[in-house]
Design a protein around this ligand. Structure first.
Ligand code: NAD
Length: 245
């Protein structure tokens, strides 16, 4: 699975699943550009230390801010000449609250990052991918979207469920341009996000452990590689069997 000369944007790539993905894609030869809210503001992309075959860059990105997204994507395209891969990984989640106590502003915030962030970034790369008649987009959903979240605020699972329909709608729309749109649906993965949540019930996971960021990154690598050229509109569960379709 070589990604030599591929230009990839990984949103929310400063830690957790996004960082594991950026490092894996770069190790396969890609130029992996991390966009994350936690990175210091700068007018240019910064090169990170990376000893693998490809290279790693980073820049500040707020996926919820449409203008910021457009500028970030243009900066990547201007610097590297094209965009082959978009991993819509950035996401936020809240601890569960009784449903009727969830403030409207919390619904807005979670949707603005998890769902509109995915829409903003996808809109920004579409012109580049359409022009080159190729592209791979991977969205992030969650087991919470498929079974109803319990450990997380309802806004999280609902925003991630929207990403499933978004994935299928985009796959239909972008298929004629040879652009594949798929999604990963992690179960419980050991990242800073889950550190903040109540612990998972390992007994409910047939493979007997929670996932590692690399488990999800490996699936994303498959979805951005040539090996998945005939897959589109698909959601792949990466959950150790805790939910089976
Ligand atoms: N960890 C899990 O168990 C799990 C399960 C299912 C789905 N997911 C999804 O996988 C993705 C990655 O999860 P993770 O566990 O690595 O999360 P994480 O919290 O460890 O990392 C998320 C990253 O996104 C960044 N981010 C947040 N808001 C942003 C914004 N507006 N713009 C740009 N970047 C922003 C954060 O700074 C952070 O670096 C998320 O979308 C999450 O919902 C995670």
């Amino acid at each position: 699975m070589k990604l030599t000369n591929k230009i990839a944007i990984i949103t929310g790539g400063a830690q957790g699943i996004g960082l594991a993905t950026a490092e894996l894609l770069a190790s396969k030869g890609a130029v992996a550009v991390i966009g994350d809210l936690s990175i210091a503001k700068s007018n240019e992309l910064k090169k990170r230390e990376f000893s693998g075959e490809g290279s790693l860059y980073e820049g500040r990105l707020d996926v919820a801010d449409e203008e910021n997204v457009k500028k970030f994507v243009k900066m990547v395209a201007d610097k590297f000449g094209k965009i082959d891969i978009l991993v819509n990984n950035a996401g936020i989640c809240r601890n569960a609250l009784p449903f009727e106590e969830i403030p409207r502003k919390s619904w807005d915030k979670v949707f603005n990052v998890n769902t509109f962030g995915t829409i903003n970034c996808t809109n920004a790369v579409i012109p580049y991918m359409k022009a080159q008649r190729s592209g791979k987009i991977v969205n992030s959903t969650s087991v919470a979207a498929e079974v109803g979240g319990i450990r997380t605020e309802a806004s999280y699972g609902v925003s991630k469920a929207a990403n499933i329909c978004l994935t299928m709608s985009l796959a239909k729309y972008l298929g004629p341009y040879n652009i594949n749109v798929n999604a990963v649906s992690p179960g419980v993965i050991d990242t800073p996000m889950t550190d903040a949540l109540e612990s998972a019930d390992i007994k409910s996971i047939p493979l007997g452990r929670i996932g590692k960021p690399e488990d999800v990154a490996n699936t994303i690598l498959f979805l951005v590689s040539d090996l998945s050229d005939y897959l589109t509109g698909v959601v792949i569960d990466v959950n150790g069997g805790m939910y089976m379709r």
